[in-house]
Design a protein around this ligand. Structure first.
Ligand code: DP6
Length: 360
């Protein structure tokens, strides 16, 4: 599919005003997206679990302007308070998607947003936030053009979300989502995420993710700076090739239910992401001492109990602990007694794999 398909040529209806609300989840990548080309095209394919509890809920109210002006007219509120500092990011997003959402300048918008996870928890809200907003805009498009199909709705929502934040393209629909064109994944695209289209073994159903909040501070490296580090990176090509082959590997794992292979792939991906940051110029160490303490404890516990616990990391110090549902009891006990001490103020979030965004 080419981008032109996402440009609406006419609108059947006129819509004066209204409001629409979506709850959209965060996601955790198993094979990581790190490095992008122009227009938010990923350098490599990625796949993620959609989360169930960590969500952004966004209400978009819109009123048709008397005269269409040449600028966007919107205000952003977080937890009921005007957030002027969010507005430049939304403006950039609107500029990027204007071609595809040409009614954007016709309305005055109020964007009211809240997160189900604690503010400043160090959990990135760009995936859930941008996807929630993209879905709200698609709901307006659906009112203007009621005939658009559910499949087009979701594809375009993911396409728009991607232009806000790459990982947001993976937060629309499905428990496992692939983004990036890959020969082994039918229907995959660099332009939007798709629900993983193959059989998934029972072992991965309702997989658990406990997020240990090691560092709740501001991100040390913004995602834009981070992705840019892959330009001219000495290992960039090898990394992109590795991600490509890891998608094929994980496809087999997801089918066979091989948890040992899953653990090896997921932990290697997490450490590779951090290795890319440590070996770029400038270089960064985003793990904290407690991140390493937790990783070592997990390795020790896994060796001792043979339970299928593993970790993954985002571009920060927090640790996502992944494990099958049927091992939940013992692993949660281990987390509470052995790992919570390494979290900032003892904070952690219990989550599990969910099915995607929901209209409220
Ligand atoms: C490390 O999606 O935040 O979480 O496209 O610049 O908004 P932008 O980047 P973003 O990058 C996320 C990178 C990651 C890995 C991943 O989620 O795949």
């Amino acid at each position: 599919m080419i981008v032109e398909k996402f440009i609406p040529l006419t609108f059947e209806n006129t819509v004066e005003n209204g409001e629409i609300e979506w709850a959209s989840p965060s996601n955790i990548a198993l094979v990581k997206y790190w490095g992008k080309k122009e227009n938010q095209i990923p350098e490599n394919q990625s796949i993620s679990f959609t989360l169930n509890e960590c969500k952004t809920i966004t209400k978009l109210s819109y009123i048709l302007k008397d005269n269409k002006t040449d600028d966007f007219d919107f205000q952003v509120y977080l937890d009921g308070e005007r957030k002027l500092d969010f507005e430049p990011k939304i403006k950039t997003f609107f500029n990027r998607i204007y071609n595809y959402v040409p009614f954007l300048k016709n309305y005055k918008f109020k964007i009211e947003t809240k997160n189900t996870f604690p503010h400043s928890s160090g959990i990135a809200s760009s995936a859930s936030g941008m996807s929630a907003l993209a879905l709200c805009l698609m709901s307006i498009e659906k009112q203007l053009n009621p005939k658009i199909s559910k499949s087009f709705f979701n594809k375009k929502a993911s396409f728009l979300a991607r232009l806000g934040s790459g990982s947001a393209s993976r937060s629309i629909e499905g428990d496992l989502v692939v983004w990036g064109k890959h020969n082994d994944i039918e229907g995959s695209s660099d332009l939007y995420g798709i629900k993983y289209p193959y059989k998934v073994h029972e072992n991965f159903k309702n997989f658990q993710d406990t997020i240990l909040l090691v560092d709740k501070g501001e991100k040390q490296v913004s995602s834009t700076v981070g992705h840019n580090l892959m330009y001219g990176h000495p290992y960039a090509k090898q990394r992109f090739d590795q991600a490509n082959s890891n998608i094929s590997v994980i496809k087999n794992i997801l089918e066979s239910g091989d948890l040992e292979a899953f653990i090896a792939l997921v932990e290697s991906e997490a450490l590779t992401l951090h290795a890319m940051m440590m070996t770029s110029m400038p270089y960064f160490i985003l793990m904290k001492p407690n991140t390493l303490e937790i990783i070592n404890k997990i390795w020790g516990f896994r060796k001792e109990t043979k339970l299928n616990i593993c970790f993954t990391l985002d571009a920060g110090a927090n640790v996502h602990i992944l494990y099958p549902e049927n091992e939940k009891e013992q692993i949660l006990e281990f987390i509470k007694t052995q790992l919570v001490a390494y979290c900032q103020n003892g904070h952690y979030i219990c989550d599990s794999v969910g099915l995607g965004a929901k209209k409220m």
